[in-house]
Write a new protein. Structure first.
Length: 539
């Protein structure tokens, strides 16, 4: 039995359905574009080679002749049962990872006798450990199953988060930062892999947008929580200790619930502790719609690990390197400003309460920009050019920031910083592209981690751009960030050009072949994943 080959795409980078169902969802319709196969014989040609292997956990639900009309209703059910839960878990991550900025507004550094340089080093340690844990975490997740590993991570980092309530100085700050990074690393990539079991590529982009909306929504909720909890300082207590303890306890409870709730996959929603929430018909629809969108999702069992050879092949997949470069470059500038946002507001003489309230508008703006980019991608079937709008946004407001006189009103400075921190967020688009362009479960597993490693590396750089000698306005740092943003814009268009060129190369060969030649290629090729001639990159 042959392993399922990659998804087909047209020369514009749109997914092609080799044997479409009777009714397509709105997401599928929008992403299908002009990518229909020329004739039924070619469709039949590919369908013969898309049968999942016997090891695939949902093999018993594969049916190439299945048709359905109730897909829209089922996708809504998945949004509630799967996507909403993933958003809740991600919110728990951000609650414990992001509350360090709220703690800073309560004079945490002063209480622990730390300088901003010590804070920079602590965050550097966090990001180095986070980055180092990405690939090992994905390897563990692929072997144990994301449904098992995600809750374990959540409960483990929550325990460390609560332990931060007992920080006593520089050493304990560095240790807890290191442990948080090691345990949280890989969580995002693990969750994205888990979502890919249920959603098509086009649907995943939209769901990931809401994924990061929950991230920002958590920051808003966290700001209100922090504003309330940190009031205990008025009674003589160090409020940030209560903040770490209470919010860590909340996320631990969410992790424990996720351990009970998360199913291994769409055909494994039932267990000895609960009744299955998908019936046989629904399982059949989910499995077949996902495999028709991307047949490679059946090439590995959801409890199957990767070999060292497979790991190496995935790491050396140069067609994904342009996305890694974007992950590294783009997030340095907003990450730098974001890491110092609350410290800057305090230096502008805003109170602790005012500071935590004043970060909320940037989070709201962030959510609006995030969803707007996702809508534009759906509307215009364009990814990298639309994602680059975020870089243009940052370029404009960093030019304003660099040109802003030092004596400007603190409210004007707050407004400019809010517009920078609340930038349109292209991360869901890039993450979805990275998953789609991987072309196999093997590469997708590793690529998700590698991409996130580069994103975390950008945070590592961002933690060291602003230096104490450049305080309080960081003129040198902001000029450097302006140059990085310009380089990012160039990289966006270079990446798009690369994928257009790669697709045209393949189309020139593939389109010149007869149906028999294509059949022979599919039966005999040793090309894997996105290296196949019938694979087209999204861009």
């Amino acid at each position: 039995m042959s392993t399922a080959p990659p998804t087909l795409n047209d020369t514009k980078g749109h997914a092609v359905d080799p044997h479409p169902p009777t009714a397509l969802s709105d997401d599928e319709k929008s992403d299908a574009g002009s990518g229909s196969l020329d004739n039924a014989s070619e469709s039949d040609l590919h369908a013969r080679w898309y049968e999942p292997p016997a090891t695939y956990e949902s093999r018993h639900r594969w049916d190439p002749k299945a048709t359905w009309t109730e897909e829209k209703k089922l996708v809504r059910k998945l949004d509630i049962r799967v996507a909403a839960v993933a958003c809740l878990c991600f919110a728990a991550l951000q609650l414990d990872r992001g509350n360090i900025t709220n703690a800073l507004s309560d004079n945490m550094l002063k209480d622990l006798h730390l300088t901003t340089a010590d804070y920079n080093l602590g965050m550097t340690i966090f990001y180095v450990c986070f980055l180092a844990a990405e690939l090992p975490s994905q390897m563990i997740s692929k072997k144990l199953g994301s449904d098992v590993w995600i809750p374990i991570q959540m409960m483990a980092w929550s325990a460390v988060a609560m332990g931060q309530a007992g920080l006593s100085g520089k050493a304990s700050f560095y240790v807890t930062r290191a442990l948080m990074g090691l345990i949280e690393g890989g969580f995002i990539a693990d969750t994205i892999l888990y979502l890919s079991y249920y959603y098509t590529h086009a649907e995943l982009t939209t769901r990931l947008s809401f994924f990061w909306v929950s991230y920002m929504g958590t920051n808003i909720i966290g700001a209100f929580l922090a504003a309330a909890i940190l009031e205990v300082r008025k009674r003589g207590h160090e409020g940030w200790r209560f903040l770490f303890g209470i919010e860590g306890g909340i996320t631990f409870l969410i992790g424990a619930w996720a351990m009970w709730y998360l199913p291994a996959g769409p055909t494994q929603t039932g267990s000895r502790f609960r009744k299955a929430w998908l019936n046989e018909r629904e399982e059949t629809i989910i499995v077949n719609r996902v495999l028709r969108d991307d047949p490679t999702k059946s090439s590995m069992h959801n409890r199957e690990g990767l070999s060292l050879k497979e790991l190496w092949l995935s790491i050396t997949d140069y067609d994904l390197w342009p996305l890694y470069a974007l992950g590294l470059l783009f997030f340095i500038a907003p990450g730098t400003v974001g890491a110092y946002f609350t410290l800057t507001l305090r230096s502008l003489k805003f109170s602790t309460f005012e500071t935590n309230m004043l970060i909320i508008p940037s989070q709201v703006l962030f959510c609006i920009g995030n969803l707007t980019l996702a809508f534009l991608v759906r509307r215009y079937k364009e990814r990298l050019a639309i994602a680059s709008l975020a870089a243009w946004w940052l370029l404009v407001w960093f030019i304003v920031l660099v040109a802003l006189p030092d004596h400007s009103s603190k409210w004007l400075k707050w407004a400019i910083l809010t517009l920078i921190v609340g930038y349109p967020y292209p991360h869901p688009i890039l993450v979805s592209m990275n998953s789609s362009n991987a072309g196999s479960v093997r590469t997708r597993t590793v690529a998700s981690s590698l991409y996130n490693m580069f994103v975390q590396a950008s945070s590592l750089v961002a933690s060291n751009v602003y230096q104490p000698s450049d305080a309080p306005f960081y003129h040198k740092g902001n000029r450097a960030l302006l140059g990085i943003i310009a380089a990012t814009i160039v990289t966006f268009y270079l990446a798009k050009g690369w994928y257009i060129w790669r697709n045209r190369q393949r189309a020139k060969i593939w389109d010149s072949w007869t149906t028999e030649q294509k059949d022979e290629y599919i039966r005999t090729t040793k090309d894997l994943g996105n290296k196949r001639l019938d694979f087209r990159f999204l861009h």
